[in-house]
Structure formats: C-alpha cells, structure tokens
Design a protein around this ligand. Sequence first.
Ligand SMILES: Nc1ncnc2c1ncn2[C@@H]1O[C@H](COP(=O)(O)OP(=O)(O)O)[C@@H](O)[C@H]1O
Ligand SMILES: Cc1ncsc1CCOP(=O)(O)O
Length: 256
Amino acid sequence: MQPDLLNLHALHHFRTRSPLTHCMTNDVVQTFTANVLLALGASPAMVIEAEEAEQFSAVADALLINVGTLTASRAQAMRRAIESAVAVGKPWVLDPVAVGALGYRTRFCQQILVLKPAAIRGNASEILALAGMSAGGRGVDTTDTAASALPAAQALARQTKAIVVVTGEVDYVTDGLRTQTVTGGDPMMTRVVGTGCALSAVVAASCSLPGDRLETIAAACGWMKRAGTLAAAQSRGPGSFATAFLDALWELGAQQ
Ligand SMILES: Nc1ncnc2c1ncn2[C@@H]1O[C@H](COP(=O)(O)OP(=O)(O)O)[C@@H](O)[C@H]1O
Ligand SMILES: Cc1ncsc1CCOP(=O)(O)O
C-alpha cells in the first residue's frame, strides 16, 4: 500500500461521522463485524426481521447485504431492506459470499443486482462468478487470484454501475474505468474468519460518506490491510491476531 492510500483525512472523516451501519450479514461473523466497525469508529446494528429491517434501512446511513448464511426468509427480509434503502437514497453494499459455488444464493444475488448496489466486495472467485465468468470457489474461499479477476470486476462495475472491490493479496477497487490498487496486509488475514465480511461492512459505511466513493473505498481497504500488517507483526497465531487486528484498527492513524 502506498502511504497516501491510508488516507488519514478519510479516516478522520469516517470516525467523525460514525456511520450508522445496518448489517444483514451471516451468522459466523456477526460479532467480529460489529467489533471491526466499532474499532474504526462506526456504529453497527444487526437488524434482520423483515419488518424491522425494512424500517431500519431507511434510517441507517448504509446497508450491508452479506449472503454467507442465506435462507429464504432472510432473502425476503434483505430484499425489503434494500428496497427501503433505495427508496430514500441510502447506499447498500453486496458481499456475494460463496456465489458461484451454490445455486440459491447465486440466483438471489443476480436478481438483486438490479436494485443497484453502491458497491460489491468479494474475493476473486465470487467476483468472477457474479460476473458470469467462472463457476465459483471452494465454499467461501477463493481458488483464484484477485489479479485474475480484475477484468471481471471491471466488467461487473460497468454493468452494475457499482464500485467493485476484489480482494486478496492485492485489493483492486474499480468503477470500470478507474482502478485503485491496494497492497499490504498479511496472509494471516485469511486464517481468521470474517476479515472479508468485515471489510464489506466497512465499505458499506464508507459509501455513506461524501466525496469520491472510489477513493474512500480504497482508503477503507487500506485501513484493513494496514491493520493486518501491524497485527501480524505482533501476534503468535490466529487467536492473538484477531485481537491485535482490532487493536490496530483502533490505533490506526495514531502513529502513522
Ligand atoms: N495473501 C494475502 N496477503 C495480504 N492480505 C490478504 C491476503 N489474502 C487476503 N488478504 C486480505 O484479507 C481480507 C479479506 O480478503 P479475502 O480473503 O479476499 O476475502 P474473503 O474473506 O471474502 O475470502 C482483505 O482485507 C484482503 O486484502
Ligand atoms: C465460514 C463461513 N461460512 C458461511 S459464511 C462464512 C464466513 C466467511 O467469512 P470470510 O469470507 O470473511 O472469512
């Protein structure tokens, strides 16, 4: 990551505005996602019942839709929440967990793309599959590199008008015309569940900020990568990494 991509100005803005972030996410990563948002200064809320989700997404600053543990009733609630957010101009972000590998969620994600997500964040296999260019990864894990998925990300961005983020050893953030590259992080980020899902929540929160959305989302990717680098240097394995990662997000900007 280039130093300026940490974008401390955007980080200060993010913390000051503390985006109220409505997370409709999977069962595995709820607490970690909330803690990542809190460590960065945002305000998470996990509201999932259809009636409440519809109500809350109109009030929150941004909505995250993560299909990691999708069920039919959750799909219905998610659709109502998205429609409600869109009706009042609030941004929503899609994390297409394991799309391509599994049929029901793949069809659901393809259907909701017409509701115009502000951004889509996935690993390489998920982005390739959502773009219709491959059959998906190994469950929730990628079998492709982010670089190999960049053309698919750019095509998906042009098709949907969303900012598309494809993550991995290098993250790419694209609107189909411009592409930002974010380096850094550590492979240990893939040994703790939820770093990708939590990044998608941070991307959602970032979408609520004014300014150049591509730049802000790239900054958000940089914050996560920077925290991953710092945490890896201070930890002994996945357990201490997760704790050090949250601490690093909390301290981000203090000594950089
Ligand atoms: N090999 C790697 N080196 C450095 N950072 C990585 C690596 N793989 C993934 N990351 C980072 O881990 C986070 C999760 O990305 P990824 O593993 O692609 O998502 P997912 O959890 O959805 O599969 C991102 O911040 C990404 O930049
Ligand atoms: C393990 C698992 N199973 C269904 S959702 C999920 C979490 C995936 O989280 P991430 O891709 O961010 O590590």
